[in-house]
Design a protein around this ligand. Structure first.
Ligand SMILES: Nc1ncnc2c1ncn2[C@@H]1O[C@H](COP(=O)(O)OP(=O)(O)OP(=O)(O)O)[C@@H](O)[C@H]1O
Ligand SMILES: [Mg+2]
Length: 377
């Protein structure tokens, strides 16, 4: 099966004499979060609305799962595409339950099916069904309403979800929380999410791919780390605010090193370690000796595989010693490169004693914290 979910081929869109998109080409991978970011008026909303046929191109073709959408029925197509807009668009006179199931109801689902789906979706987005299903939108906070918008977009279990600046009206705290929840949600659901935003921090934080658009053209389409590390031109550098991501800074100044609950001793039996991992749902662990010296890494899958073969092994028998480590003085640019291939990197001091770990998310969070600190000063 193809890994491509949506593809634009030479798409052109004009309004009168003004050209919004010209020979626009874009490939969106399946099951990932792609963010489209660019200045106001550059064509982001137009791109999204072309995917669900709310706007028709003047030239070129758009494919979903390799099918030319101009040949597909719009109503059926939209059933497979969730859509979340900034102004949420909940119906004020309907309860949350009715709002979520409004489309499915039109599709003739039974009451029991609808009710069960609402329950599932509310749980998925972290709102207690018994508390929320009978409430009206005005009885919810902005962030909760936004969650309902997401739940509604997911109601018919679409494979693609379009999100047009869905969190921009929220306060920074709810916004960050919803960003985190979206990432978590999609690790589970594996939808193709196409997320439009103005906010570069948001784009970098949630995306597998960031698509930077300027005047209807893609300037750079890359992973967040690539965008940060290798901005293609001045426009990108300006957009990400290069001054705040200077690669010459040693990582200690910009990276949050997490120190809790991440290390295990090389002589621990793997059966014991596997238990504690499941409890804390930790993804990867750093192996140290009793002097805190870094030795290697193991992850859950490796542990489980070995556990099913031989219960008597110790951590040191199965650890990987090839994972690169960094020090607090490793330049940020190098940390980015290493994180392309490793989810987690151990941080050690001069004596190779473990100080903590960094993960992709903590790098970006650290950069932001620094930025905000500098702003305040
Ligand atoms: N119905 C329309 N008629 C004429 N021009 C339009 C229409 N819709 C959009 N445009 C123009 O097309 C361009 C792209 O609009 P679009 O809404 O895609 O921008 P955007 O990137 O989503 O901007 P924003 O970040 O402000 O939401 C803009 O210059 C806009 O003025
Ligand atoms: Mg827009």
């Amino acid at each position: 099966m193809s890994e491509i979910s949506v593809e634009f081929q030479n798409v052109t869109k004009r309004y009168g004499s003004s050209i919004v998109l010209e020979n626009f080409n874009l490939v969106i991978p399946k099951g990932k979060i792609s963010t489209i970011i660019g200045p106001s008026g550059c064509g982001k909303t137009t791109i999204l609305k072309m995917i669900n046929k709310l706007i028709k191109p003047d030239g070129g073709s758009i494919f979903i799962n390799e099918k030319d959408i101009s040949k597909l029925d719009s109503v059926k197509l939209r059933r497979n595409i969730g859509y979340v807009i900034q102004q949420i668009g909940l119906f004020p006179h309907m309860t949350i339950e009715e709002n979520i199931s409004v489309v499915s109801r039109l599709q003739g689902k039974s009451k029991r099916q609808l009710s069960q789906r609402v329950e599932e979706l509310l749980e998925l987005i972290g709102l207690d069904p018994s508390q929320f299903r009978k409430r009206y939108p005005f009885e919810l906070s902005g962030g909760q309403q936004q969650r309902i918008g997401v739940a509604r977009a997911l109601a018919s279990d679409p494979s693609i979800v379009l999100m047009d600046e869905p969190f921009s009206a929220l306060d920074p705290i709810s916004r960050v929380q919803l960003q985190k929840e979206l990432i978590k949600l999609n690790e589970q659901l594996k939808k193709t999410i196409i997320f439009v935003t103005h906010d570069i921090d948001e784009a970098l934080k949630i995306a597998d791919h960031v698509i930077l658009v300027q005047k209807g053209k893609i300037v750079q389409n890359d992973s967040p780390t690539q965008i940060l590390e290798r901005p293609k031109n001045e426009f990108v550098r300006e957009f990400i605010g290069q001054e705040r991501f200077p690669s010459k800074y040693p990582s200690e100044t910009v990276i949050n090193v997490k120190a809790n609950g991440i290390s295990i001793f090389n002589d621990s039996p793997i059966s014991k370690v596997a238990d504690s991992i499941q409890k804390d749902s930790v993804e990867g662990l750093v192996v140290i000796d009793h002097n805190q010296t870094y030795l290697g890494m193991v992850n859950i899958n490796e542990l489980k595989n070995h556990l099913s073969e031989n219960q008597n092994l110790q951590v040191k028998d199965i650890m990987r010693t090839t994972v690169p480590y960094i020090t607090p003085h490793t330049p940020v640019a190098d940390v980015f490169s290493l994180l392309e291939e490793n989810e987690i990197l151990p941080v050690v001091n001069k004596e190779k004693k473990l100080e903590g770990v960094v993960a992709k998310s903590s790098v970006i969070q650290g950069l932001e914290d620094r930025y905000h600190k500098e702003e305040v000063i």
